[in-house]
Ligand binder design. Sequence first.
Ligand SMILES: NC(=O)c1ccc[n+]([C@@H]2O[C@H](COP(=O)([O-])OP(=O)(O)OC[C@H]3O[C@@H](n4cnc5c(N)ncnc54)[C@H](O)[C@@H]3O)[C@@H](O)[C@H]2O)c1
Ligand SMILES: O=c1ccn([C@@H]2O[C@H](COP(=O)(O)OP(=O)(O)O[C@H]3O[C@H](CO)[C@@H](O)[C@H](O)[C@H]3O)[C@@H](O)[C@H]2O)c(=O)[nH]1
Length: 441
Amino acid sequence: MKVSVIGTGYVGLVSGTCFAEIGHDVTCIDIDPKKIQILEDGKSPIYEPGLEELLQRNIKSNRLKFSTSYDSVKTAKSIFLAVGTPSSDDGSANLNYLKDAALCVAKEMSDGAIIVIKSTVPVGTCEMIRDLVSKNTDKKFHIVNNPEFLKEGTAVDDFMRPDRVVIGHSDQFAADAMSELYAPLVRQGNPIYMMSNLSAEMTKYAANCFLATKISFINEIAKLCDLAGADINEVREGIGSDRRIGSHFLYPGPGYGGSCFPKDVKALMYTAKENGMTLKVVEATEEVNEEQKKRMFEKIMSYYGDVKGKTFTFWGVAFKANTDDIRETSAITMAKELVAAGAKVNYYDPEASDNFEKLMSSLEGMSEGTKRFDNKYDALTNSDGLVTMTEWREFTSPDFEEIKTRLNKAVIFDSRNLYKTEKVLESGFDYFAIGKRISRS
Ligand SMILES: NC(=O)c1ccc[n+]([C@@H]2O[C@H](COP(=O)([O-])OP(=O)(O)OC[C@H]3O[C@@H](n4cnc5c(N)ncnc54)[C@H](O)[C@@H]3O)[C@@H](O)[C@H]2O)c1
Ligand SMILES: O=c1ccn([C@@H]2O[C@H](COP(=O)(O)OP(=O)(O)O[C@H]3O[C@H](CO)[C@@H](O)[C@H](O)[C@H]3O)[C@@H](O)[C@H]2O)c(=O)[nH]1
């Protein structure tokens, strides 16, 4: 099938590349000429495991092209909109990028084209886009909502092996075309759920808010474990083995970040308000998350009392492992808190340092307060504590002797519960994790 994908971010690029890999003829379009140039050179502008290799293979086989022009939309049967829908100041989803893209599509598409909204959009958006496009073209077209559930860091795998595909539609022609497009990805029996556009739009937000709620729930239980003396790792295993609860998304940490959960939680709360209700559970999820982002800072403060003149070393600044994405990462909140309290922050991340450095240089006082390192041990020299922020594999079995030699004081603040308490204590550290009592060697 001839496919155009509008927007070559994490979702558009992965979707376009994977559609090409399963045999479709794909053109990815972006308004950013720098991104398109990088892609035409066979490089990925984002770090996503496995993506660059797939990209190169499909460019070579001529199934995958990139452009800043909307020309290819003229011959496309399906046109995927995968542009950003970030938070507006009031928490609602900003649909300006989507509307701009839809207007460009309206100008170029052929009669009978299928416009597929892949961006995460509030309930009712498909109908709004249908009206907008109708006012700007005489051509007939179909509208589909096809929310994306991939996770950064495992995006290619998630796309190629989806738990399910959700298709919102209002006519059989579009439904059949989507079934044909996705057929190679659902051979193992993973279902395609056909539903109304409104239900598909709601499904995406409900899924993200449920997952975010699971994380806030375990983070709150972790806080209680801290106070009551239980160990959250033991409790997590104890409850996660119940299939009704499930062991996924039960890891306590520094609070959820990323480009999706924070904005989607806000957007669903906004939709609820528009419909005259309050989503009490989802509001609590967000409130707990805001507190959680500062939990380890509080632990550092209660350990040191005063951190003026001290330096802390972050291992990891990405919002999760295996990505270079720093959108809404808890490392930003932690760095701001520490710098505001008079401390400095050294940081090392295998992939996200460029993005973090750029961000820090745009925030008042943060450029001077933070320093990038390209080696995890060098970042520790003369520092007053190691703070793990991201669960990159290379942080999971470090040389504890090396850490101790580099640090001014042997103390680890482990926001991701990467280490076994006994092992760290035996190695002579004071150790603070999430959901475990303060431990001193
Ligand atoms: N990042 C994820 O893991 C993820 C997963 C599932 C769903 N989503 C949703 O998918 C959507 C896209 O997210 P993302 O993280 O890929 O965004 P992104 O910010 O990484 O990429 C968006 C891209 O769209 C381009 N763009 C903007 N306006 C354009 C236009 N008029 N024409 C062509 N290109 C244009 C931008 O230049 C940018 O490259 C969002 O709605 C998001 O909520 C994201
Ligand atoms: O047990 C867990 C799982 C995740 N997280 C944190 O939650 C955030 C989000 O992680 P994850 O969901 O793995 O990454 P995303 O790429 O943001 O993916 C989410 O958001 C996407 C965009 O909507 C959806 O498509 C995915 O299904 C959904 O998992 C990160 O800060 C994680 O560190 C935890 O703290 N504990």
